[in-house]
Design a binder for this molecule. Structure first.
Ligand code: G3H
Length: 544
């Protein structure tokens, strides 16, 4: 047993520069250009300096956050310039990109993906340093994103094949395809800055829309190596970047009325306020991934080891900073003590450290205010009668925050309702399954739930009401987004629209059709257009 106070043990985890393995050392990246209208434009104005959540120990023992680069703090004028470029590329649906054949657009996305893969090492390293994600998880995020793009291409081919035929109904012949919506404003989250951004951005692009892309505040630099790939692979104005403070640059975009789709993975508060700025809300489509407070429900019949294993993954993967994380656990009172004992033991086995360390699970948190906020949640719970169950729970130093299991949590506490988005785990005992059902009914969130148990009567009793409260009920499994072919959505304040490989293609497009009454003259007209390949829409070409 190490007698050193735990906070000192945490402090010691921050390395000296020479302790960092060679392949993970980073040279600051000072981004001075941004992509607009197919050009990398140079920025000479204010910049935002990016400091890693990883602190470095100097020789005199002091700690400083590693400076990893800077990026342009562009303003409203540059955002409007990007908007004009996107509008010009879309050109009311007459631009080169929205009128290109699906096959040609797929070719551009394939080109982009090859260029993206060539920059993998840089992007992965920036992911680690910018948001503190472990090397293993950063690689996983990159690879999963590439796989998502390839799956999207396959899904679009399939969709296009199905639409490359005519439908005849009631004497009318029609060809129904999916057409783009216009200009899309795309904003991603810091916790999956690459993956979650690209799972909206790439489907939007491939369907023929023009995009304004604003990277998240934490997780911006990692996109820089990919700007050149966007520039090379797509026609000018199809992908444009926006930097700067969201509240300074985004309102004017929305107020212009020229944004056709808002896609944002973030908070419902921001999404609501942005939508309201649009002068014609009926013209705005929103695809949103928002707040969530997924519950784990551990029944008396649960296989305790399996429940603990999944609850560890569900609550603490990437330090609990996943929208799909289990953010509150209900445990049957009869097994609460045993569950907490085993859960606490397993937490103590998790490795805390720097993102490059093998097997590390708990890493520095990127949001500077987060440790203080989590402490506030814990203090509030303690003041209302809860206890921290696990040794060293809640001890923190700089950006490292050791997980705290807090029990018993009651409705009087912040942790009961607030989405903590970090390594604090509220646990509530229950006697009757109606209690967690009631919690979910009353909740503002409706993303997922996890039920842990072996009693099929009880599991089934929970499934039926809960599928109408949330959009995914997991049995003896943590909550998660994947597989990416499964629908990912939520009710209430948790989402708007559905994402998945195939749903995203539908979300960023609208069905549009060409139809005619089946007279001999009309048949001849349609045949001539199709046979002589006069139209890209009215066509029967089949993508192989
Ligand atoms: O932050 C929300 C992510 O979509 C979660 O994805 O469940 O695969 O970690 P995941």
């Amino acid at each position: 047993m190490n007698a050193q106070p735990f906070v000192e043990q945490l402090a010691k985890l921050f390395p000296r520069a020479e302790d960092i393995p060679e392949q993970f050392r980073i040279e600051p990246l000072h981004q001075r250009d941004y992509l607009v209208d197919g050009q990398m434009k140079t920025w000479n104005g204010k910049v935002h300096e990016v400091y890693s959540p990883v602190y470095i120990r100097s020789h005199d023992g002091t700690l400083h956050q590693q400076l990893i680069g800077s990026y342009p703090l562009t303003g409203e004028a540059e955002a409007m310039e990007a908007l004009e470029a996107a509008c010009a590329a879309y050109q009311n649906g007459r631009g080169l990109w929205p009128t290109m054949s699906v096959e040609e657009r797929i070719g551009c996305v394939e080109h982009f993906t090859r260029l993206m893969v060539a920059r993998k090492a840089e992007v992965v390293k920036l992911l680690m340093w910018e948001i503190g994600k472990s090397y293993a998880d950063s690689v996983k995020e990159f690879d999963r994103t590439v796989e998502y793009i390839y799956n999207t291409i396959d899904a679009l081919k399939e969709l296009d094949r199905n639409n490359s035929r005519f439908v005849i109904e009631q004497g009318i012949v029609g060809q129904i395809r999916r057409a783009p919506l216009g200009v899309v404003l795309c904003m991603g989250p810091f916790n999956y800055p690459l993956n979650e951004t690209f799972t909206t951005l790439l489907p939007a692009v491939i369907m023929g829309n023009a995009v304004l892309f604003k990277p998240p505040k934490f997780g911006t630099l990692l996109h820089y190596p990919l700007l050149e790939a966007f520039r090379q692979a797509f026609p000018p104005g199809v992908v444009n970047t926006i930097y700067g403070r969201g509240n300074a640059v985004v309102p004017a975009l929305m107020q212009s009325g020229k944004i056709n789709v808002l896609t944002l993975i973030g908070s419902s508060r921001v999404a609501d306020s942005l939508k309201k700025l649009h002068p014609k809300v009926n013209r705005l489509k929103a695809i949103l991934g928002l707040d969530a407070k997924n519950a784990g429900i551990v029944l008396e019949s649960a296989d305790l080891e399996a429940a603990v294993r999944e609850c560890i993954l569900g609550t603490l993967s990437f330090n609990g900073q996943r929208c799909t994380a289990i953010k509150i656990i209900f445990v049957h009172r009869k097994i609460a003590e045993r569950f907490l004992g085993r859960f606490s033991e397993e937490v103590s086995k998790l490795k805390v450290g720097m993102p490059w360390e093998t097997g590390v699970m708990l890493t520095p948190l990127p949001e500077p205010h987060k440790p203080a906020y989590l402490q506030e949640c814990i203090d509030d719970a303690l003041a209302h009668g809860a206890k921290i169950i696990n040794p060293n729970g809640g001890i923190h130093f700089k950006s490292l925050f050791y997980p705290a299991i807090v029990y018993p949590v009651t409705p009087a506490m912040k942790l009961y309702r607030e989405e903590q988005f970090g390594p604090v785990i509220p646990v509530i005992p229950f006697d009757d399954v109606e209690e967690p059902i009631h919690y979910l009914e009353e909740s503002d969130h409706g993303q997922q739930v996890s039920i842990f148990g072996t009693n099929t009567d009880q599991i089934a009793y929970l499934i039926d009401p809960l599928v109408n409260q949330v959009c995914r009920v997991n049995i003896n499994s943590q909550c998660q987004r994947g597989p990416d072919t499964f629908p990912f959505t939520g009710r209430k304040d948790s989402a708007e629209g559905t994402l998945s490989v195939s749903d995203a293609l539908r979300s960023f497009s609208i069905r549009s059709l060409v139809a005619t009454k089946l007279t001999e003259e009309n048949k001849a007209i349609v045949n001539k257009i199709v046979n002589e390949h006069k139209s890209k829409f009215l066509a029967t070409r089949f993508i192989l």
